[in-house]
Every structure is written in C-alpha cells, then in structure tokens.
Design a protein around this ligand. Structure first.
Ligand code: SAM
Length: 311
C-alpha cells in the first residue's frame, strides 16, 4: 500500500525501539498518521504490540488498513493524544511500554489535499486535523478581533508586522479561501524573496485551530504523571517537532524531568530530597535529518527529534 506521507528520521527512530528482551511489549505511536514509523517498528520485532493514536479519522482509517496484516498486534484509537494517552497506557496492562513516539504536526496528505484547507491554493479555509472539531481557519480569519489575530500571528508565527496583516484581514472580510488569504498577505507584504510571506501566517492559524501547543504540553504532563506513578518504568519518550516553539516546550520539559533537585536557586543547602528526576535526557542536542534525507524529503529539514529515558 503506497503511503501519502514519508516518515521523517525513520532509521533514527526505529534504531531506538527495535530490540527488546521481553516476550511481549507495547509501543505507543501517539501520532500514527499513515503508519510509517509504526510499520517499521512492528517489522523490527515480533514482540512489539502497537497502540496508535490520531485525531484525523482519514489517518486512522488509512493506518488501520495499512497495518492490517499485523492482526491483533495493533490497536488504533481516534482522538487527540492528550485525551487518549491515558487509555493507550492502560491498554498495555502490566506489559512493559518500551516507548512513546509523537511526530507532531501535519502530514503530507493533510497539506496536499487542498480541500482540507491547509495550503495557499485551498478553495476553503479549514485546517482542522479532526474534521469534527468546531473551530476552523474560516472562523478565526473572519470572526477574531484584530487584537486576537495580532496575538496569534505574533505568538505562533513569530511575525513582527502582525498588526499590518491583521488590519488587512479585517478590512477585506469576508475571506473565503486559502488562496484569497495567501494573495492578500502577498499584496500586503509587497516585494519578498525566499519563503512565501504567508507561510508563517498559515502556520500560526493552524496552531490556533488545532490548539497544537496545548496538546503537546498536556501530552507531556500526562506522561510525567504516569512516570511518577511508576507506570512507564524503562520507557523511552521520542518527540519530533517541526517548529521552534514546540521544540522549546519539549526541551524545557525534558530538562525539568531530569532535574533531581527542585530547590530554588538561591537556597544554599538542598532540602527537597534531591530525588525528583524521572530519568535522563538522551539527546543534549536534537537529532536532525541528514543531507541525504533532506534531499529526498524537504519536510525533514525542520524536523528535530529529542529523546528521554524514563528510569
Ligand atoms: C507528521 S504526521 C505523523 C506521520 C506518521 N509518523 C507516519 O509515519 O505516517 C502527524 C500526525 O499527527 C496527527 N496529530 C497531530 N496532532 C495530534 C494530536 N494532538 N493528537 C492526535 N493526533 C495528532 C495528525 O493528524 C497527523 O496525522
């Protein structure tokens, strides 16, 4: 079965999870997408059982079909990872969970199917990863206040002239399509070189539509809770991000998790017990794609993989 999505950093991820000394272990793919990483991990060892999660029903259907030959070794859940991670960890029962992977962001299929409304030439403004969600890009572009638009462009797109673009949007409402929005941003920005000026605006809207940063923060919070309750002993956490804000969230959280002493810095003598870490950071610097991978798959150029080993 051909996949519409090329998994990034595939060898690097599979290498981390392929060997196991147990008879039966579980692996949780929190963003199963089109099953690329999952398939390779399932193929790497007969002992691995997989629980997949995705909020996109098209991705769930696709990966169920693609991984069908693994029979009872797979179980795929539809929903966000922040709400389903609980169920996934419980489904593993008393078996060891060797790892949890989250390959955050959009898939190539979501980007390439123009009626999903993610791209500059889309005939609509949608951008929902889960088509049952209420909030769409259309509602944001046509209903949000100027202030709120400026905020999301600044916070999630890291754009300096967010006021100019938010004003142009307000003055040109209603805006019906991705194409109309991209053209408006291009006109507002005037001459440009390099990346299309709408890239960061579209990214900011997508992050807002799907609550992407909250999702990631909540996933990490849930994982920490389970780890502190000794439910993830020996598990490895692998997070791939494509955006600096997301990478920062992962980096900071992993640093907290590895911190044994949580006394305030001004305290002279430790009084917290010095036993608050839940494991160790395996990647001081994130793993990035090789030139070879980037030449085959441009999407991989901004991917960053960070790994954490829970004790
Ligand atoms: C980059 S793709 C994953 C591709 C996958 N690793 C593969 O090899 O095919 C990201 C997937 O994560 C899903 N996703 C993003 N945020 C999610 C969330 N908060 N909860 C569940 N799924 C999410 C998207 O719907 C998309 O299918």
């Amino acid at each position: 079965m051909d996949s519409p999505h090329i998994p990034v950093l595939l060898d690097e991820v599979v290498k981390e999870f392929s060997s196991t000394e147990f008879d039966k272990v579980f692996f949780i793919d929190a963003t199963i997408g089109y099953g690329g990483h999952s398939k390779a991990i399932l193929e790497s060892s007969q002992n691995i059982h997989l629980i997949g999660i995705d909020r996109d029903s098209e991705a769930v259907e696709f990966s169920k079909k693609r991984l069908n030959s693994f029979g009872s070794r797979i179980n795929i859940l539809h929903g966000t990872f922040s709400e389903k991670i609980n169920e996934a960890i419980k489904l593993a029962g008393d078996n060891k969970i060797i790892g949890i992977l989250a390959d955050i962001g959009v898939s190539s299929l979501q980007l390439d199917k123009i009626d999903r409304g993610f791209s500059f030439d889309s005939p609509n403004l949608d951008m929902r990863m889960n088509q049952n969600d209420e909030l769409t890009a259309y509602k944001i572009i046509n209903n949000y206040s100027q202030y709120k638009l400026e905020q999301i462009f600044k916070d999630f797109g890291e754009i300096r002239n967010s006021k100019k673009i938010a004003t142009a949007i307000i003055n040109n409402r209603p805006i019906e399509s991705g194409l109309e929005l991209a053209n408006l941003i291009e006109k507002t920005e005037g001459r440009w070189s390099g990346t299309h000026p709408a890239t960061q605006i579209f990214q900011a809207i997508r992050i807002e539509v799907n609550g992407e940063l909250n999702q990631l923060e909540n996933l990490l919070k849930e994982i920490e809770l389970f780890a502190r309750n000794n439910k993830l002993n020996g598990s490895k956490i692998a997070i791939i991000t494509f955006h600096s804000l997301e990478d920062r969230i992962v980096k900071d959280k992993f640093r907290d998790w590895a911190n044994s002493c949580i006394c305030p810095p001004e305290v002279m003598k430790c009084s917290c017990g010095d036993n608050h870490d839940i494991g160790e950071i395996l990647t001081k610097k994130p793993i990035i794609a090789t030139e070879k991978e980037i030449s085959k798959n441009r999407r991989s150029r901004s991917a960053k993989l960070r790994l954490f080993q829970i004790n």
